[in-house]
Write a protein that binds this ligand. Structure first.
Ligand SMILES: [Fe+2]
Ligand SMILES: [Fe+2]
Length: 227
């Protein structure tokens, strides 16, 4: 069952641990003039996510859903949300847009380019295209500029029901990062892109938000991908 926690002003982490797979599945609700959900979750998750959203806002008022890439846990419930929130607009990359359309799921999407900003009010989501995500299809991640939070989707995720400690945390993070990247060159390109941002928190799609020693995780991932 999902739980909700406000991890920054107006930023709510909605999370559920799946013991079979050994990871958490996270969504983020951003409460601003344009309420936004980051990651749609799968259809099996909708009820729990909705219950968490209802605690703080009316789900019918959702304006955007950021879909990092075309995979069940990131976009499985997308059309369900479109039924619940009439004005909601999925924010997607070009490849995801093609899948959503081609599978007959939806054509009502907002396709973003690298660096494009989606204004939510106080918050601004800068969209970063990711050259080939884990299934070799390009995805996006978003950086909220006012709170300096990178919503990194599968990147920088970690395993476990509770945060791993010390080297085990780094090892899990590096392992999942490498699994998500098809080549060292792609990994280096992504790292270069995020290193240029002033990041206060990495809010991951799985695992736990990272607020400390962020440059050291960039270094660890960079070294592992090149070795
Ligand atoms: Fe994924
Ligand atoms: Fe994921």
């Amino acid at each position: 069952m999902q739980s909700r926690q406000e991890i920054a002003p107006g930023v709510h982490l909605i999370s559920e641990y799946n013991p079979r797979i050994g990871i958490t599945f996270n969504q983020y609700l951003l409460l601003d003039e344009q309420p936004t959900l980051i990651s749609a979750g799968s259809v099996q998750m909708v009820e729990g996510i909705r219950r968490c959203i209802d605690e703080v806002t009316d789900v019918r008022g959702l304006r955007y859903i950021v879909v990092p890439h075309f995979e069940a846990d990131e976009c499985g419930a997308l059309t369900t949300w479109q039924g619940l929130a009439p004005a909601v607009e999925p924010v997607v990359g070009a490849v995801c847009c093609r899948q959503l359309s081609g599978f007959g799921l939806t054509n009502r999407v907002k396709v973003v380019e690298d660096g494009e900003v989606v204004e939510l009010g106080r918050m601004r989501l800068r969209c970063l295209t990711v050259g080939a995500e884990m299934h070799l299809w390009d995805g996006i991640i978003v950086y909220e500029e006012s709170g300096r939070i990178l919503f990194s989707s599968d990147f920088f995720s970690q395993r476990g029901e509770t945060p791993l400690q010390g080297p085990a945390f780094t090892e899990s993070l590096v392992g999942m990062f490498k699994m998500s990247m098809p080549s060292p060159a792609k990994a280096v390109a992504l790292l270069e892109k995020v290193r240029g941002l002033s990041i206060r928190m990495i809010a991951t799609g799985h695992g736990f938000p990272i607020t400390e020693s962020i440059p050291s995780y960039f270094d660890a991932v960079g070294m592992a991908c090149l070795s």
